[in-house]
Ligand binder design. Structure first.
Ligand code: SF4
Ligand code: SF4
Ligand code: ZN
Length: 500
């Protein structure tokens, strides 16, 4: 024996994609010094990379080994298996979770032009509105896949600029969708009190998902290209005035606003209309001007650790992996009563959670859920019995119900939602994603792979060459006709001989 020993623990193999050429690449998951890394090698372009996946190996392992439940399926699949994951989205029959939350982008137009925008939206895209009929077909596609979709998020661009915005909300309300969210920068809500008043009519089963990155000027300038503090303040005044259920959404970048997560949590807790805050580590997708992953990237566990260290209300261990996609989602619940918040997730032990009935989002129209909340919010509870009820609340981007007996002001949650990009890509995890987006041609595509391969022109410019390579090397399940088309030689220009 040579006596030479690796300085890490080899944990697993992984299939990833290369962050340069996006071909499938080979990875190893290794644990070193309490952190988890993916060591990747691309056999197409030769790029070797080591990517930090988590700075808390225990949490990473618990998410993978304990917080697992059988996958829940959609009613139907949308695409066949041909080229292998992630080149067959979707949803293809190899996917391992239904759409807990589905985004529908109704426009690419926006009244901001954020340096960081996965949809590359902006004022210049003022003609990029999806027609009302097209949006209705997209809504119907979600209903066809899900039966009763848990959460549909109307997104953009800035969806409130769409000329048919309220007609679209009406159409969503007319369908068996349990919870509707509007993903907005809040400018219209801030500037037009009557707009907020009209939004309030969609309650209950309705929520505003309000971009809210920081309480300081600098992060707002870097992420949004403008100082939006006044806008956000006014938007929240109007949302509070009308009691519109709101979640704040913060994009978190290392060294920029990762030091104010505790302040953001406390601020969110102080707003009566706010039911929670979602932290999204910055990702490389769409327009990410001057983004340097080696400096700005943050993993889920780093965000989780900072929230716990900075918040005076929540501790690190209050945030638990969410069983429908434990790699990417972490969540803490608290009960807000009389101005103070009592974190509840700390009372859940791993076994109780796994005994819960479903691994998906539950809603106000779900009687079992309602009962769980009623049980949970009982003064007769010991921590142990409370944990049993709360287990049923934990799921993907859950839509918390507002039982009529209680005000939504009583419930507060923190969600960390770590979207996968080409750096952190792990096929095992991607198959479990449950935040999906409706493509213009009505497929339901995981949000993460959509931004890598399917958005706009990417399918033609980035994905088609990869698919062709796979077909040419015999690694695709194609019908004889498809094979003939793809293998047919490219036309050759005939050059006539010119007589001298
Ligand atoms: S990510 Fe899901 S839908 Fe896309 S190819 Fe992989 S298994 Fe299929
Ligand atoms: S991130 Fe949101 S607000 Fe900013 S440009 Fe994109 S769509 Fe508009
Ligand atoms: Zn490569």
């Amino acid at each position: 024996m040579s006596g030479r020993v690796r300085d890490y623990l080899f944990y697993d193999t992984a299939t990833s994609v290369c962050s340069s050429c996006l071909r499938r690449s080979d990875g190893k998951i290794i644990i070193r010094g309490g952190s988890v890394f993916m060591d990747k090698l691309c056999y197409s372009c030769g790029k070797r990379e080591e990517v930090l996946l988590a700075d808390d190996a225990d949490y990473y392992r618990r998410a993978r080994e304990v917080y697992v439940k059988p996958s829940e399926m959609p009613e139907k699949w949308n695409t066949p298996l041909k080229y292998g994951c992630p080149y067959d989205c979707g949803l293809c029959p190899s996917h391992e979770q239904h759409s807990c939350l589905t985004l529908i982008e109704i426009t690419d137009h926006c009244n901001l032009r954020c340096p960081v925008c996965y949809a590359s939206s902006g004022p210049e895209r003022h003609e990029d509105y999806r027609s009302f009929d097209h949006v209705v077909r997209m809504l119907d596609a979600v209903v066809e896949n899900e039966g009763e979709p848990d959460v549909v998020q109307i997104s953009g661009g800035e969806p409130t600029l769409h000329p048919d915005f309220f007609r679209i909300l009406d159409a969503a309300k007319d369908r068996p969708i349990r919870h509707i969210m509007v993903n907005t920068n809040g400018i219209r809500i801030a500037n037009e009190p009557e707009f907020a008043e009209r939004l309030a009519r969609y309650m209950p089963g309705f929520e505003v998902y309000l971009q809210f990155d920081s309480l300081q000027r600098e992060p707002s300038m870097r992420l949004r290209g403008a100082d939006l503090r006044e806008v956000k303040k006014k938007a929240l005044e109007n949302l509070n005035a009308h009691g519109i259920s709101t979640t704040l959404v913060s994009t978190i970048s290392r060294g920029l606003n990762d030091g104010e997560m505790g302040d953001l949590v406390e601020f969110a807790l102080s707003q009566p209309c706010v039911r929670g805050i979602t932290f999204q580590p910055i990702q490389e997708a769409g327009r990410s001007e001057d983004y340097d992953p080696s400096k700005e990237r943050l993993t889920l566990t780093e965000v989780r650790r900072r929230v716990g260290e900075q918040s005076s209300t929540f501790m690190v261990d209050d945030m638990l992996p969410v069983p429908c996609h434990p790699d990417s989602l972490s969540m803490a619940y608290a009960l807000k009563v009389g101005g103070s918040a009592v974190p509840l997730t700390r009372y859940i032990d791993d076994e109780t959670l796994l005994a819960g009935p479903r691994s998906t989002i539950q809603f106000e129209k779900d009687p079992a859920m309602r009962e769980a909340i009623l049980n949970l919010l009982s003064t007769a509870h010991s921590p142990q019995t409370a944990s049993h009820s709360l287990a049923e609340l934990l799921c993907c981007l859950p839509e918390l119900l507002v039982p009529s007996e209680f005000s939504y002001e009583n419930v507060f949650r923190i969600i960390i939602m770590d979207f996968i990009d080409a750096h952190s890509f792990d096929l095992r995890s991607v198959k479990k994603t449950c935040v999906h987006i409706v493509s213009p041609d009505l497929r339901l595509i995981p949000f993460d792979t959509y931004n890598m391969f399917y958005r706009g022109d990417l399918e033609r410019t980035v994905l088609e060459p990869i698919r062709r390579e796979l077909a040419l090397s015999g690694q695709a399940l194609l019908s004889p006709d498809e094979r003939k088309t793809i293998l047919s030689p490219l036309p050759v220009i005939q050059i006539e001989e010119v007589a001298e």
